[in-house]
Design a protein around this ligand. Structure first.
Ligand SMILES: [Cu+2]
Length: 114
């Protein structure tokens, strides 16, 4: 049978352990580097589906975009340079750099895939 003393010790051990763990947990944070490489610049393959010069947008069927956490899909992008809308046409195969600019997904750079 348990004596009151062993029960008390068990309760104290249970009560103190989590406090010790959380104190340790708070210690490591300041030294830890962020781990995320700043803006890993990676080009994404895609195929132009539609160019809308009036709206300044291009629809691209693209592969997964890791740095945006986006799976492969077809979607509309803005473009950094309006002139690109004259150079792009449906079925063009491109590799492009996409990122958020003022909350809108934007093509910042692209190159044609021959
Ligand atoms: Cu997308």
């Amino acid at each position: 049978m348990h004596t009151p003393r062993t029960i008390l010790i068990a309760l104290l051990a249970w009560a103190l352990a989590p406090a010790a763990w959380s104190a340790d947990g708070h210690d490591h944070a300041p030294q830890a580097p962020s781990g995320q490489p700043a803006q890993a610049e990676s080009l994404t393959a895609g195929v132009v589906r539609k160019v809308d010069k009036a709206a300044g947008k291009v629809t691209i069927r693209h592969e997964a975009i890791q740095h945006l956490g986006m799976p492969a899909m077809t979607m509309v992008f803005r473009v950094k340079e309006a002139a690109w809308l004259d150079q792009l046409k449906p079925e063009d195969k491109i590799r492009f750099l996409a990122d958020r600019v003022n909350g809108a997904f934007t093509v910042l750079r692209y190159e044609r895939i021959e």
